[in-house]
Design a protein around this ligand. Structure first.
Ligand SMILES: Nc1ncnc2c1ncn2[C@@H]1O[C@H](COP(=O)(O)OP(=O)(O)OP(=O)(O)O)[C@@H](O)[C@H]1O
Ligand SMILES: [Mg+2]
Length: 296
């Protein structure tokens, strides 16, 4: 098969691993920077140009779209869909998963556990907003945050209020969330491909830190998921329509609580912790869905 990885760089660990795994299984692997794809839309024949040439013969794409380029990246994925080419992550699911509010709404209706979370666009009564999730201590998250930056633990109501006021002043979108102390600075990531758990790791924050992000000095280790954690992760990926998903959960006294579902989960941490060939599992998933490809 000819498989295109939509990625901004050939040297990124995850991209490298997908190239390696694909080639070792006899596929032709292509890296396309989605930001350099030119989408041509005309009657009956959607196509894509890359580096001045029309893309032909691709059988499947594996999107690795960064959060900062979700809009154009998903348009590129959608164009491949229009060309009837299989994509490991559907454009609709990608868009859905990138919207934290929408994702949590969907997961909440599906009956999945989650930390109690409040969103407000112009909260008049901040005390009320904090009370709505059970009061302090609480976690305040900037919606654009990543790698743990923009995630703040407010120990008391006064601190929470000042942080929220400061963010509002900066016109930053945020959410306020119940703090889960039993998680003890750890979270669990389950890697789901095609409705199955292919690996899971626990990330533990360094001493004195509640955020377990590896970028914040956290460490990852292999973990055996409980039956409830497994079914929660699988259901979360399914409800968001994701063929590939990294489901992040907090372990609480009332069971697993889904924090977030990632549609372009990195491979380095999970392969390092589990020693599982996750890239290979992604290629196998693509192989199971081979389409005829575009002949132009
Ligand atoms: N409600 C909570 N209770 C306890 N710990 C939390 C809570 N929310 C987040 N944390 C801790 O903080 C870390 C970072 O939070 P989160 O994953 O929401 O933000 P992020 O990593 O910056 O964003 P993203 O995952 O979208 O890139 C989590 O991995 C977890 O360890
Ligand atoms: Mg996170």
């Amino acid at each position: 098969m000819k498989i295109a990885i939509l990625s901004r760089g050939k040297n990124i660990y995850s991209t490298q691993r997908l190239i390696e795994s694909g080639e070792s299984r006899g596929h032709e692997m292509l890296v396309l920077d989605h930001m350099k794809c030119v989408l041509v839309i005309e009657k009956g024949r959607p196509h894509i140009y890359y580096a001045g040439k029309e893309i032909l013969g691709v059988n499947a794409v594996i999107p690795r779209i960064g959060a900062s380029v979700t809009f154009y990246g998903t348009a590129v994925v959608r164009q491949f869909e229009m060309m009837r080419i299989f994509t490991a992550v559907e454009s609709q699911a990608l868009v859905r998963s990138r919207d934290k509010l929408r994702s949590l709404q969907i997961l909440s209706r599906a009956g999945l556990g989650m930390p109690k979370t409040a969103f407000a666009s112009e909260p008049k009564d901040i005390d009320n907003l904090i009370e709505a999730i059970g009061g302090a201590p609480c976690v305040i998250k900037l919606l654009e945050g990543t790698q743990g930056i923009g995630v703040i633990l407010a120990e008391n109501q006064k601190a929470a209020k000042s942080v929220i006021e400061a963010f509002l002043k900066l016109k930053a979108s945020m959410l306020v969330q119940e703090f889960i102390p039993e998680a003890k600075g750890a979270d669990v990531r389950a890697f789901v491909i095609d409705g199955q758990i292919v690996g899971a790791m626990k990330r533990q924050a360094k001493d004195g830190e509640f955020r377990s992000n590896l970028h914040r000095g956290g460490t990852a280790s292999l973990i055996d998921l409980s039956a409830e954690e497994r079914s929660t992760a699988i259901k979360a990926a399914k409800k968001l329509g994701l063929g590939i998903a990294g489901v992040d959960m907090l372990q609480s006294s009332r069971g697993p609580l889904v924090m977030e579902v990632n549609s372009s989960p990195g491979l380095e941490g999970i392969e390092g912790a589990t020693k599982v060939d996750i890239a290979g599992k992604i290629i196998e998933y693509v192989e199971r869905n081979e389409f005829t490809g575009n002949e132009g």
